[in-house]
Design a protein around this ligand. Sequence first.
Ligand code: ATP
Ligand code: MG
Length: 378
Amino acid sequence: MTLRVGVVGGGQLARMMIAPAVELGIELRVLAETGGMSATLAATSVGDYHDAETVLAFAREVDVVTFDHEHVPQPVLRALVDAGVAVHPGPDALQYAQDKLLMRARLTELGMPQPDWAAVSDAAGLQDFLDTHGGRAVVKTPRGGYDGKGVRVVGAATEAEDWFAALAEDAHGGQLLVEELVEFRRELSQQVARRPSGDVIAYPVVETIQRDGVCAEVIAPAPQLSTRLAEVAAMVGTTIANGLAVTGMLAVELFETTDERVLVNELAMRPHNSGHWSQDGAVTDQFEQHLRAVLDLPLGDPSPRQPYTVMVNILGGPAAGDIDERFGAVMAEHPAVKIHTYGKAPRPGRKVGHVNAVGDDLDDAVYDARAAAAFFAD
Ligand SMILES: Nc1ncnc2c1ncn2[C@@H]1O[C@H](COP(=O)(O)OP(=O)(O)OP(=O)(O)O)[C@@H](O)[C@H]1O
Ligand SMILES: [Mg+2]
């Protein structure tokens, strides 16, 4: 019988599961928010993921439900589980990717290395934290942040007044997360995959480069990372995957500090931008791995195929015309670069695709990937 995976959310992460699903003969179905989204190349229905009935009806047609994003509300997830649907990752794990305060508290219990943090419910609480942490800190809304939205560096409690005011109006009441402003040398990402029966594998830790709070480039593996820190990162990733009973792909965003520690920034329980390199650089890419993991199949080899893979995001895309109008020029100049597009209309800052370049020489791969991506920008 054909295996059927249902993905809630029709974005590019769902779209990129399509190719490995076709290779394996897995039927992929998508519940998209609207028509014409990135993943419409798969069998797609449109419906509201906030509505339990809609998601249940979708779930009845598949063997396992998984996700393109982390926004499906807990009550909807619980309704699926109660109805006997296999949900991976499940609600108990996903809550820690949905709420950064819950995550910080749980990771503290697990003894994971983290920035100093506190939950603050008013300006006085925030000012206390600032006073004990050198006068500057990072304030985050616990829920709903993405691409740096919901993250603010502040030097005074007044700079978060609007967020406290919004919280006061929130029916749930609520708190903000405040963290020490970490002095990092660079940002890293540790991906792991875990299947429901328990096996866990770790990908090589990668370096991620953010611009304006958005992932811009990834280098796999992270160049010149000490063996010790690579081991710590893998241990942190597997400990979190096991401790939170994550199923499918987990990304642990990390800071490498100037004093050679790794600290956990945040978690994503799905394929992640920091793993797009694996499509052309690893034996088993993160999208195939996610499908294997949520279906509780044996996990694939995460090893790199070449010494380096460099991923550069196509942010915004051409100011005029379509992305594919640039294919001729890019392909002629960079025959070894792999182009991935998401079927999204160009718009300033929007992630509309990425390119991967692989090779023995890091500088060459960086040059190739950047030059190819630049063809798509104006
Ligand atoms: N405590 C901190 N100290 C220093 N920089 C931080 C801190 N927390 C976050 N940042 C910076 O802000 C960026 C965005 O933060 P975070 O990853 O928490 O937000 P997000 O909007 O949920 O992220 P994403 O873009 O991954 O969805 C980080 O990648 C990092 O560059
Ligand atoms: Mg992040």
